[in-house]
Design a protein around this ligand. Structure first.
Ligand code: ATP
Length: 608
């Protein structure tokens, strides 16, 4: 379903009908809870609607007195007074409508402001799993399209139900006060007008939708067959006539639909015009009969009032007939937004989360088991210890579970078996903020925000001094590059850092993590090959960190592997081998194989 009803127009599509949400009391209460903070403003809106509806109808009533007392009674003073009052009332009614729409808009903006903030906060708390399993487009549509739909609901649907309902009610009451016979005729005529209008509207709407679909089909044919590769395919297979036939038949269908749609428009006008003039004529006829044959005390002015009031009823009746459609769409919007609000936050702070006073960064994996999907275990019984100041290199074939292991440490995902401890405390019991502050990750896919190099560095430490920035950049081996840029640290990195090379981005992200200065460094070395100069610059930046700080690195290069104190070889989610380089090579197992096929080769190439 398109956000906010999309091209649905005045009728529900089959899809909307099938997906119509169940309107329950809890749902209504929940919607209401978003409105309640603004009840005072809403009360004023209600008063405005009441006043403006009454004022809109008053000139119709005054018309009767203008005719009877002013024109027929030939009283000039009264005539002028009544005309002035009538004008004043119309102006007053319209001014109140301005105030009403201002307030309405104000309320809608504030409610959606609250909703957007709440949604953003909620999304921020969602786990990595949520973002990997949901389409980014869908997430953004809920944030923007659906919430904008709510704004429309409040500014138009809710207030239209109220103002049309009130206008209609007041008009009926006024008519019955004038004359019950004419009022009853008026009330009976309204459905006669409204139902055919709706039927005609539906025919036209169906045709418009068919024409849109046909148009989409034509666009599809054009896009496919008039593209460079599409044309080539058509030519090489000699399918020109076949494609022409397809295009011609869709084109033909299109013109037939357009003609029918145009004619339905004409019929539609005929129906509306006829029925809207039948009503007044009938009132004149019956009114005349009552005066002439039954000696009623009805005046010409009274009949004119009835006709004018009837005219004022058409619009509200028509709008109210659409209410069901708008109502279902609105409920669907709210339901979809609430669905997001109700998604559980998988990873959150324990109620009694521990905030230690200091952090060393000792890590221990105890019998850790994990799978992204229930039926497929990625990690099986992982056990290892990383002591403060030491470093571990994790190596293994692609897809063996290396990144998954490090995901467990800052709780991007939670272990399903066993536990991961940070300085002896299960990470699930630690304060999340504390944990993530003390763990710094340079991931495979470096992400830089659109902005300058400085902006990206300050993200890690907003109050960093110029010296600190420069020092971090020097350590990350990127300062030389920055110095060469005309704007230095204020060089723009482009959208997602696209203006920089892969190696430059990685070194900036190393500088960023150095500024953060966590107790534990994690590097997920990129597998994508960089040129040898970039690679050696990155290694020059990483190797001193591995040697001096507590660190874990997923390594693909021999020089980084050699810098680590221990090597873990992962295969199919288990630690298949562990030790130092020479021991592992001597063992002649998986490591030797990897050494010979991957890092060894890269090492040899570099030596050449
Ligand atoms: P590489 O060296 O290629 O980065 P890796 O050893 O780091 O690989 P992981 O990224 O840990 O491997 O992935 C291990 C397995 O888990 C892979 O089979 C991968 O397809 C799967 N996997 C990774 N992330 C997800 C996810 N979010 N949802 C489902 N499966 C996933």
């Amino acid at each position: 379903m398109a956000p906010g009803g999309g091209r649905g127009g005045r009728f529900l599509t089959e899809e909307e009908k099938a997906n119509a949400p169940k309107v329950t009391l809890p749902l209504l209460k929940r919607i209401f809870s978003y409105l309640t903070p603004y009840w005072k403003q809403m009360a004023i809106v209600l008063v405005c609607i009441l006043a403006s509806s009454a004022l809109t109808l008053l000139p119709s009533v005054l018309t009767g007195r203008i005719i009877d007392e002013g024109l027929i009674g030939q009283d000039m003073k009264k005539l002028v007074t009544l005309i002035l009052i009538s004008l004043g009332v119309t102006l007053g009614g319209n001014l109140i409508r301005v105030a009403e729409s201002y307030l309405n808009n104000w309320i809608a903006q504030h409610i959606t402001y609250d909703m957007r903030n709440k949604m953003y906060r909620h999304l921020q708390r969602m786990s990595q799993n949520f973002f990997t399993s949901n389409n980014q487009g869908d997430i953004i549509t809920r944030m923007t399209g659906d919430i904008a739909g709510v704004e429309r609901v409040i500014t138009s649907t809710f207030s239209s139900i109220l103002s049309n309902g009130i206008t209609l009610g007041v008009a009926v009451v006024l008519m019955y006060q004038e004359n019950w016979i004419l009022a009853t005729i008026g009330v009976l005529i309204i459905p006669l007008f409204a139902i055919p209008t709706r039927l005609a509207g539906k025919t036209r709407w169906t045709l418009t939708r068919e024409a849109q679909e046909c148009n989409d089909e034509i666009n599809g044919i054009l896009n496919e067959t008039l593209s460079v590769s599409g044309q080539l395919l058509v030519k090489l297979f000699g399918r020109e006539d076949y494609e022409y036939g397809k295009y011609e038949s869709a084109n033909h269908r299109m013109i037939r639909l357009n003609i029918r749609e145009g004619m339905a428009g004409r019929w539609f006008m005929v129906v509306i015009n006829t029925f809207s003039s039948v009503g007044p004529m009938l009132l004149y006829l019956v009114g005349g009969l009552l005066i002439m044959k039954y000696d009623s005390d009805l005046s010409v002015g009274d009949i004119t009032v009835m006709v004018a009031l009837l005219g004022k009823m058409y619009g509200p009746v028509n709008s109210l007939l659409n209410i069901q459609v708008e109502w279902i769409r609105s409920m669907a919007l709210f339901t979809r937004i609430f669905e997001y609000f109700d998604m559980p936050v998988e990873i959150q702070n324990a109620p009694d989360a521990i905030i230690p006073t200091k952090a060393d960064g000792n890590i221990e994996f105890k019998h850790v088991g994990f799978g992204y999907e229930p039926e497929r275990k990625i990690l099986k019984d992982i056990n290892f210890t990383l002591e403060k100041g030491k470093s571990i290199a994790i190596v293994g074939p692609s897809g063996s579970g290396k990144s998954t292991i490090i995901n467990m440490i800052p709780r991007l995902y939670d272990v399903q078996e066993g536990e991961v401890t940070f300085d002896g405390v299960d990470v699930r019991k630690l304060d999340l903020h504390f944990l993530r502050e003390n763990v710094g990750i340079v991931s495979q896919e470096t992400y830089l925000f659109n902005g300058t190099i400085r902006d990206n560095l300050l993200y890690a430490k907003p109050d960093a001094t110029e010296e600190e920035l420069i020092e971090a950049c020097k350590k990350a081996n990127i300062y030389e590059f920055i110095e060469k840029q005309e704007k230095g640290l204020d060089t723009k990195v482009g959208n997602r850092g696209l203006k920089l090379s892969g190696g430059e981005k990685q070194r900036i992200s190393i500088a960023r993590v150095l500024l953060k200065d966590p107790v534990l460094f994690i590097f997920d070395e990129a597998t994508a090959s960089l040129d040898s100069i970039s690679e050696s610059k990155i290694q020059e930046a990483i190797n001193p960190i591995i040697k001096s700080k507590t660190s874990i690195l997923i390594a693909h290069r021999l020089s980084t592997i050699l810098a680590a104190d221990e090597i873990l070889v992962i295969k199919d989610g288990v630690i298949a081998e562990r030790g130092v380089h020479q021991e592992l090579v001597d063992d002649g197992g998986i490591y030797t194989e990897l050494y010979e096929t991957q890092f060894g080769k890269a090492f040899d190439e570099k030596k050449e």
